[in-house]
Design a protein around this ligand. Sequence first.
Ligand code: ATP
Ligand code: MG
Length: 359
Amino acid sequence: MDDPTTTPPREHSERPSDALDADDFRQLFRAGPTGCLLVDEEGVVRDLNRQAELLFDYGAEELIGQRIETLVPDRLRKRHARHRAAFARAPSLRPMGIGLELFARRRDGTELPVEIALSPVDTSRGPLVLVSINDITQRKRLRAFGAGVLQGAEEERQRIARDLHDDTAQALSALVLRLQMARRTEDGTRRDELLHEMHSEIRRTSEGVRRILRGLRPPALAEAGLTAAIRAQTRETLGEEGISARVDAGPVDELLDHEGNLALYRIVQEALSNVVRHADATKVVVSLQVEDGILRASVEDDGCGFAVEAEPASNGGRGLGIIGMQERATILGGSVRLESEAGRGTTVTVELPVPGAVP
Ligand SMILES: Nc1ncnc2c1ncn2[C@@H]1O[C@H](COP(=O)(O)OP(=O)(O)OP(=O)(O)O)[C@@H](O)[C@H]1O
Ligand SMILES: [Mg+2]
Protein backbone atom coordinates (compact mmCIF):
# COMPACT_ATOMS: atom_id res chain seq x y z
CA MET A 1 0.00 0.00 0.00
CA ASP A 2 1.08 3.60 -0.57
CA ASP A 3 2.71 5.36 2.27
CA PRO A 4 -0.09 7.24 4.00
CA THR A 5 2.30 9.95 5.19
CA THR A 6 2.61 11.22 1.60
CA THR A 7 -1.13 11.92 1.37
CA PRO A 8 -1.90 15.61 1.69
CA PRO A 9 -3.39 16.43 5.09
CA ARG A 10 -7.12 17.11 5.06
CA GLU A 11 -8.43 20.52 5.97
CA HIS A 12 -9.19 20.80 9.67
CA SER A 13 -8.82 24.43 10.59
CA GLU A 14 -9.84 23.96 14.23
CA ARG A 15 -7.55 20.98 14.92
CA PRO A 16 -5.59 21.50 18.13
CA SER A 17 -1.87 21.65 17.66
CA ASP A 18 -1.27 18.44 19.62
CA ALA A 19 -3.69 16.40 17.42
CA LEU A 20 -2.41 13.03 16.20
CA ASP A 21 -0.92 13.02 12.74
CA ALA A 22 -1.21 10.50 9.91
CA ASP A 23 1.77 8.54 11.20
CA ASP A 24 0.12 8.19 14.60
CA PHE A 25 -3.08 6.97 12.99
CA ARG A 26 -1.17 4.36 11.07
CA GLN A 27 0.41 3.19 14.33
CA LEU A 28 -3.03 3.09 15.93
CA PHE A 29 -4.40 1.01 13.08
CA ARG A 30 -1.46 -1.39 13.28
CA ALA A 31 -1.83 -1.74 17.06
CA GLY A 32 -5.61 -2.28 17.10
CA PRO A 33 -6.65 -4.96 19.59
CA THR A 34 -8.70 -7.01 17.12
CA GLY A 35 -7.78 -8.20 13.65
CA CYS A 36 -8.48 -5.51 11.02
CA LEU A 37 -8.10 -5.46 7.25
CA LEU A 38 -8.66 -2.71 4.71
CA VAL A 39 -10.11 -4.04 1.48
CA ASP A 40 -10.85 -2.10 -1.71
CA GLU A 41 -13.84 -2.31 -4.03
CA GLU A 42 -12.21 -5.06 -6.06
CA GLY A 43 -11.82 -7.21 -2.97
CA VAL A 44 -8.06 -6.62 -2.80
CA VAL A 45 -6.39 -6.36 0.62
CA ARG A 46 -4.84 -2.90 0.95
CA ASP A 47 -3.62 -3.07 4.53
CA LEU A 48 -3.90 -5.10 7.73
CA ASN A 49 -2.90 -4.77 11.34
CA ARG A 50 -0.71 -6.85 13.62
CA GLN A 51 -3.58 -8.86 15.13
CA ALA A 52 -4.78 -9.84 11.64
CA GLU A 53 -1.25 -11.03 10.79
CA LEU A 54 -1.26 -13.20 13.93
CA LEU A 55 -4.78 -14.49 13.32
CA PHE A 56 -4.05 -15.69 9.80
CA ASP A 57 -0.34 -16.36 10.19
CA TYR A 58 0.58 -14.12 7.23
CA GLY A 59 2.93 -11.13 7.15
CA ALA A 60 1.32 -7.88 5.96
CA GLU A 61 3.63 -7.76 2.91
CA GLU A 62 2.35 -11.18 1.80
CA LEU A 63 -1.33 -10.30 1.96
CA ILE A 64 -1.35 -6.76 0.69
CA GLY A 65 -2.31 -6.91 -2.99
CA GLN A 66 -3.92 -10.36 -2.61
CA ARG A 67 -7.64 -10.99 -2.95
CA ILE A 68 -9.53 -11.21 0.31
CA GLU A 69 -10.72 -14.69 -0.77
CA THR A 70 -7.20 -15.91 0.14
CA LEU A 71 -8.52 -15.79 3.70
CA VAL A 72 -11.77 -17.63 2.94
CA PRO A 73 -11.95 -21.45 2.99
CA ASP A 74 -12.16 -22.93 -0.54
CA ARG A 75 -15.63 -24.31 0.06
CA LEU A 76 -16.99 -20.83 0.89
CA ARG A 77 -15.21 -18.72 -1.74
CA LYS A 78 -18.03 -18.55 -4.29
CA ARG A 79 -20.57 -17.56 -1.66
CA HIS A 80 -18.15 -14.99 -0.31
CA ALA A 81 -17.54 -13.33 -3.69
CA ARG A 82 -21.33 -13.05 -4.18
CA HIS A 83 -21.81 -11.45 -0.79
CA ARG A 84 -18.92 -9.08 -1.39
CA ALA A 85 -20.43 -7.88 -4.67
CA ALA A 86 -23.77 -7.28 -2.92
CA PHE A 87 -22.04 -5.32 -0.17
CA ALA A 88 -20.17 -3.17 -2.72
CA ARG A 89 -23.52 -2.20 -4.27
CA ALA A 90 -24.93 -1.00 -0.91
CA PRO A 91 -22.10 -0.52 1.57
CA SER A 92 -23.10 0.17 5.17
CA LEU A 93 -21.74 -0.36 8.66
CA ARG A 94 -22.92 -3.83 9.66
CA PRO A 95 -21.96 -7.27 10.89
CA MET A 96 -21.23 -9.70 8.10
CA GLY A 97 -23.18 -12.85 7.37
CA ILE A 98 -26.07 -12.40 9.79
CA GLY A 99 -27.42 -15.85 10.53
CA LEU A 100 -24.49 -17.55 8.80
CA GLU A 101 -21.60 -19.39 10.39
CA LEU A 102 -18.48 -17.62 9.21
CA PHE A 103 -15.10 -19.28 8.85
CA ALA A 104 -11.75 -17.86 7.87
CA ARG A 105 -8.73 -19.69 6.52
CA ARG A 106 -5.23 -19.51 7.96
CA ARG A 107 -2.07 -19.76 5.91
CA ASP A 108 -1.84 -23.51 6.56
CA GLY A 109 -5.40 -24.10 5.31
CA THR A 110 -6.92 -24.70 8.74
CA GLU A 111 -10.17 -22.93 9.49
CA LEU A 112 -11.22 -20.76 12.37
CA PRO A 113 -14.76 -19.63 13.23
CA VAL A 114 -14.99 -15.85 13.11
CA GLU A 115 -17.29 -12.94 13.64
CA ILE A 116 -16.83 -10.12 11.14
CA ALA A 117 -18.02 -6.52 11.05
CA LEU A 118 -17.72 -4.28 8.00
CA SER A 119 -17.46 -0.52 7.86
CA PRO A 120 -17.15 1.39 4.57
CA VAL A 121 -14.72 4.34 4.61
CA ASP A 122 -14.06 6.99 2.00
CA THR A 123 -10.33 7.59 1.86
CA SER A 124 -8.12 9.74 -0.30
CA ARG A 125 -7.32 6.44 -2.12
CA GLY A 126 -10.95 5.77 -2.89
CA PRO A 127 -13.62 3.81 -1.06
CA LEU A 128 -12.34 1.04 1.21
CA VAL A 129 -14.01 -1.33 3.62
CA LEU A 130 -12.63 -1.70 7.12
CA VAL A 131 -13.09 -5.33 8.08
CA SER A 132 -12.80 -6.25 11.75
CA ILE A 133 -12.41 -9.92 12.59
CA ASN A 134 -12.92 -11.70 15.90
CA ASP A 135 -11.78 -15.26 16.48
CA ILE A 136 -14.75 -16.95 18.20
CA THR A 137 -13.26 -20.44 18.65
CA GLN A 138 -13.33 -20.06 22.41
CA ARG A 139 -16.87 -18.69 22.49
CA LYS A 140 -18.15 -21.53 20.27
CA ARG A 141 -16.47 -24.09 22.48
CA LEU A 142 -18.12 -22.64 25.55
CA ARG A 143 -21.50 -22.50 23.85
CA ALA A 144 -21.22 -26.12 22.72
CA PHE A 145 -20.21 -27.13 26.22
CA GLY A 146 -23.11 -25.19 27.78
CA ALA A 147 -25.59 -26.74 25.36
CA GLY A 148 -24.11 -30.18 26.04
CA VAL A 149 -24.36 -29.65 29.79
CA LEU A 150 -28.03 -28.69 29.48
CA GLN A 151 -28.79 -31.62 27.23
CA GLY A 152 -26.80 -33.92 29.51
CA ALA A 153 -28.76 -32.73 32.54
CA GLU A 154 -32.03 -33.34 30.70
CA GLU A 155 -30.99 -36.85 29.65
CA GLU A 156 -29.83 -37.54 33.19
CA ARG A 157 -33.23 -36.53 34.59
CA GLN A 158 -34.96 -38.80 32.08
CA ARG A 159 -32.66 -41.69 32.96
CA ILE A 160 -33.29 -41.25 36.69
CA ALA A 161 -37.05 -41.03 36.10
CA ARG A 162 -36.90 -44.23 34.02
CA ASP A 163 -34.83 -46.06 36.63
CA LEU A 164 -37.11 -44.94 39.45
CA HIS A 165 -40.18 -45.95 37.47
CA ASP A 166 -38.95 -49.29 36.17
CA ASP A 167 -37.08 -50.46 39.28
CA THR A 168 -38.24 -48.71 42.39
CA ALA A 169 -41.88 -47.83 41.68
CA GLN A 170 -42.64 -51.24 40.11
CA ALA A 171 -41.02 -53.08 42.99
CA LEU A 172 -42.95 -51.06 45.59
CA SER A 173 -46.26 -51.83 43.83
CA ALA A 174 -45.42 -55.54 43.80
CA LEU A 175 -44.59 -55.34 47.51
CA VAL A 176 -47.95 -53.74 48.32
CA LEU A 177 -49.71 -56.59 46.47
CA ARG A 178 -47.77 -59.26 48.33
CA LEU A 179 -48.40 -57.53 51.63
CA GLN A 180 -52.17 -57.57 50.98
CA MET A 181 -52.01 -61.24 50.03
CA ALA A 182 -50.02 -62.07 53.17
CA ARG A 183 -52.57 -60.23 55.35
CA ARG A 184 -55.51 -62.07 53.76
CA THR A 185 -54.22 -65.60 53.66
CA GLU A 186 -55.18 -68.08 56.39
CA ASP A 187 -52.44 -70.47 55.30
CA GLY A 188 -49.40 -70.00 57.57
CA THR A 189 -46.94 -71.65 55.15
CA ARG A 190 -48.13 -69.45 52.28
CA ARG A 191 -47.74 -66.37 54.52
CA ASP A 192 -44.16 -67.34 55.37
CA GLU A 193 -43.46 -67.82 51.68
CA LEU A 194 -44.86 -64.37 50.86
CA LEU A 195 -42.86 -62.74 53.68
CA HIS A 196 -39.73 -64.41 52.41
CA GLU A 197 -40.38 -63.13 48.89
CA MET A 198 -41.02 -59.65 50.25
CA HIS A 199 -37.77 -59.73 52.15
CA SER A 200 -35.80 -60.54 48.99
CA GLU A 201 -37.74 -57.94 47.02
CA ILE A 202 -36.97 -55.22 49.57
CA ARG A 203 -33.27 -56.09 49.46
CA ARG A 204 -33.26 -55.93 45.67
CA THR A 205 -35.10 -52.60 45.68
CA SER A 206 -32.80 -51.05 48.22
CA GLU A 207 -29.79 -52.19 46.16
CA GLY A 208 -31.52 -50.63 43.13
CA VAL A 209 -31.93 -47.30 44.91
CA ARG A 210 -28.28 -47.41 45.94
CA ARG A 211 -27.31 -48.05 42.32
CA ILE A 212 -29.30 -45.01 41.19
CA LEU A 213 -27.61 -42.92 43.89
CA ARG A 214 -24.18 -44.18 42.88
CA GLY A 215 -24.86 -42.91 39.37
CA LEU A 216 -25.69 -39.48 40.79
CA ARG A 217 -22.78 -39.06 43.13
CA PRO A 218 -19.38 -40.73 43.16
CA PRO A 219 -19.82 -42.72 46.41
CA ALA A 220 -16.25 -43.11 47.51
CA LEU A 221 -15.15 -39.55 46.84
CA ALA A 222 -16.35 -37.85 50.02
CA GLU A 223 -15.89 -40.86 52.34
CA ALA A 224 -12.80 -42.65 51.09
CA GLY A 225 -10.96 -39.78 49.38
CA LEU A 226 -9.78 -38.99 45.88
CA THR A 227 -7.22 -41.75 45.41
CA ALA A 228 -9.51 -44.55 46.61
CA ALA A 229 -12.38 -43.21 44.48
CA ILE A 230 -10.18 -43.08 41.38
CA ARG A 231 -8.79 -46.56 42.10
CA ALA A 232 -12.31 -47.96 42.42
CA GLN A 233 -13.46 -46.19 39.29
CA THR A 234 -10.46 -47.37 37.27
CA ARG A 235 -11.04 -50.96 38.43
CA GLU A 236 -14.75 -50.83 37.62
CA THR A 237 -14.42 -49.10 34.24
CA LEU A 238 -11.46 -51.04 32.86
CA GLY A 239 -11.78 -54.35 34.72
CA GLU A 240 -15.01 -55.26 32.95
CA GLU A 241 -13.31 -54.68 29.61
CA GLY A 242 -10.29 -56.84 30.45
CA ILE A 243 -7.90 -53.88 30.22
CA SER A 244 -5.08 -54.11 32.73
CA ALA A 245 -4.70 -50.99 34.86
CA ARG A 246 -2.25 -49.52 37.36
CA VAL A 247 -2.84 -46.48 39.55
CA ASP A 248 0.30 -44.71 40.83
CA ALA A 249 -0.75 -42.20 43.46
CA GLY A 250 1.27 -39.78 45.59
CA PRO A 251 -0.13 -37.98 48.66
CA VAL A 252 -2.85 -36.06 46.82
CA ASP A 253 -5.98 -36.68 48.87
CA GLU A 254 -5.94 -33.55 51.01
CA LEU A 255 -4.90 -31.03 48.40
CA LEU A 256 -8.09 -29.89 46.70
CA ASP A 257 -11.47 -28.93 48.10
CA HIS A 258 -14.53 -31.04 47.27
CA GLU A 259 -15.20 -29.13 44.05
CA GLY A 260 -11.63 -29.66 42.87
CA ASN A 261 -11.68 -33.37 43.74
CA LEU A 262 -14.99 -33.81 41.95
CA ALA A 263 -13.70 -32.04 38.83
CA LEU A 264 -10.57 -34.22 38.80
CA TYR A 265 -12.65 -37.36 39.36
CA ARG A 266 -14.96 -36.45 36.46
CA ILE A 267 -12.03 -35.64 34.16
CA VAL A 268 -10.39 -39.01 34.91
CA GLN A 269 -13.79 -40.68 34.45
CA GLU A 270 -14.15 -39.17 30.97
CA ALA A 271 -10.56 -40.09 30.04
CA LEU A 272 -11.17 -43.71 31.16
CA SER A 273 -14.49 -43.86 29.32
CA ASN A 274 -12.73 -42.62 26.17
CA VAL A 275 -10.13 -45.38 26.57
CA VAL A 276 -12.88 -48.00 26.75
CA ARG A 277 -14.89 -46.53 23.88
CA HIS A 278 -12.23 -45.42 21.44
CA ALA A 279 -8.71 -46.64 22.25
CA ASP A 280 -8.75 -50.42 21.85
CA ALA A 281 -6.07 -50.47 24.56
CA THR A 282 -4.66 -53.38 26.57
CA LYS A 283 -2.94 -51.40 29.33
CA VAL A 284 -3.64 -48.15 31.18
CA VAL A 285 -1.59 -46.27 33.76
CA VAL A 286 -3.30 -43.64 35.88
CA SER A 287 -0.99 -41.37 37.81
CA LEU A 288 -1.77 -38.79 40.50
CA GLN A 289 1.18 -36.71 41.69
CA VAL A 290 1.85 -33.35 43.27
CA GLU A 291 4.85 -31.21 42.50
CA ASP A 292 5.57 -27.48 42.97
CA GLY A 293 2.00 -26.66 43.96
CA ILE A 294 0.51 -28.43 40.95
CA LEU A 295 -1.59 -31.58 41.14
CA ARG A 296 -0.88 -33.53 37.99
CA ALA A 297 -3.10 -36.44 36.99
CA SER A 298 -2.59 -38.47 33.84
CA VAL A 299 -4.32 -41.34 32.09
CA GLU A 300 -2.04 -43.12 29.65
CA ASP A 301 -3.23 -45.86 27.31
CA ASP A 302 -1.44 -48.01 24.75
CA GLY A 303 -4.31 -47.94 22.26
CA CYS A 304 -4.79 -46.74 18.71
CA GLY A 305 -4.24 -43.02 19.32
CA PHE A 306 -5.92 -40.24 17.36
CA ALA A 307 -5.23 -36.92 15.65
CA VAL A 308 -5.38 -34.53 18.60
CA GLU A 309 -5.14 -31.47 16.37
CA ALA A 310 -8.42 -32.35 14.71
CA GLU A 311 -10.18 -32.53 18.10
CA PRO A 312 -12.20 -30.92 19.38
CA ALA A 313 -12.30 -27.60 17.52
CA SER A 314 -13.34 -29.13 14.22
CA ASN A 315 -15.06 -32.26 15.41
CA GLY A 316 -18.28 -30.91 13.99
CA GLY A 317 -20.04 -31.09 17.33
CA ARG A 318 -19.49 -34.84 17.76
CA GLY A 319 -18.14 -35.44 21.24
CA LEU A 320 -18.16 -33.08 24.17
CA GLY A 321 -16.00 -35.16 26.48
CA ILE A 322 -12.66 -33.49 25.75
CA ILE A 323 -14.22 -30.02 25.72
CA GLY A 324 -15.84 -30.84 29.07
CA MET A 325 -12.52 -31.94 30.55
CA GLN A 326 -10.89 -28.72 29.39
CA GLU A 327 -13.70 -26.55 30.72
CA ARG A 328 -13.69 -28.24 34.12
CA ALA A 329 -9.94 -27.73 34.44
CA THR A 330 -10.08 -24.14 33.18
CA ILE A 331 -12.71 -23.18 35.76
CA LEU A 332 -10.24 -24.25 38.47
CA GLY A 333 -7.35 -22.35 36.88
CA GLY A 334 -5.82 -25.53 35.44
CA SER A 335 -5.46 -27.14 32.04
CA VAL A 336 -5.73 -30.41 30.15
CA ARG A 337 -3.11 -31.60 27.67
CA LEU A 338 -3.64 -34.40 25.15
CA GLU A 339 -0.78 -36.24 23.55
CA SER A 340 -1.54 -38.99 21.11
CA GLU A 341 0.23 -40.89 18.39
CA ALA A 342 -1.38 -43.27 15.93
CA GLY A 343 -0.69 -46.85 17.03
CA ARG A 344 1.13 -45.73 20.17
CA GLY A 345 -1.70 -44.60 22.44
CA THR A 346 -2.91 -41.50 24.16
CA THR A 347 -1.97 -39.62 27.32
CA VAL A 348 -4.36 -37.15 28.91
CA THR A 349 -2.69 -34.93 31.49
CA VAL A 350 -4.62 -32.64 33.81
CA GLU A 351 -2.86 -29.99 35.84
CA LEU A 352 -4.69 -28.22 38.65
CA PRO A 353 -3.13 -25.62 40.92
CA VAL A 354 -3.28 -26.58 44.60
CA PRO A 355 -5.10 -23.74 46.41
CA GLY A 356 -2.86 -21.95 48.87
CA ALA A 357 0.32 -23.63 47.61
CA VAL A 358 3.24 -21.41 46.69
CA PRO A 359 4.14 -22.34 43.10
N1 ATP B 1 -7.97 -42.51 24.47
C1 ATP B 1 -8.39 -42.33 23.20
N2 ATP B 1 -7.95 -43.15 22.21
C2 ATP B 1 -8.35 -42.97 20.93
N3 ATP B 1 -9.17 -41.98 20.51
C3 ATP B 1 -9.64 -41.13 21.44
C4 ATP B 1 -9.27 -41.24 22.82
N4 ATP B 1 -9.87 -40.24 23.50
C5 ATP B 1 -10.58 -39.54 22.59
N5 ATP B 1 -10.45 -40.06 21.34
C6 ATP B 1 -11.01 -39.53 20.09
O1 ATP B 1 -11.41 -38.20 20.33
C7 ATP B 1 -12.79 -38.03 20.01
C8 ATP B 1 -13.42 -36.99 20.92
O2 ATP B 1 -13.49 -37.46 22.27
P1 ATP B 1 -14.63 -36.85 23.19
O3 ATP B 1 -14.50 -37.47 24.53
O4 ATP B 1 -14.52 -35.36 23.09
O5 ATP B 1 -15.96 -37.28 22.47
P2 ATP B 1 -16.68 -38.71 22.42
O6 ATP B 1 -16.03 -39.64 23.41
O7 ATP B 1 -16.70 -39.14 21.00
O8 ATP B 1 -18.17 -38.37 22.88
P3 ATP B 1 -18.66 -37.97 24.37
O9 ATP B 1 -17.45 -37.95 25.26
O10 ATP B 1 -19.28 -36.61 24.22
O11 ATP B 1 -19.65 -39.01 24.73
C9 ATP B 1 -13.38 -39.41 20.13
O12 ATP B 1 -14.54 -39.54 19.33
C10 ATP B 1 -12.24 -40.27 19.63
O13 ATP B 1 -12.21 -40.29 18.23
MG1 MG C 1 -15.75 -39.06 25.39
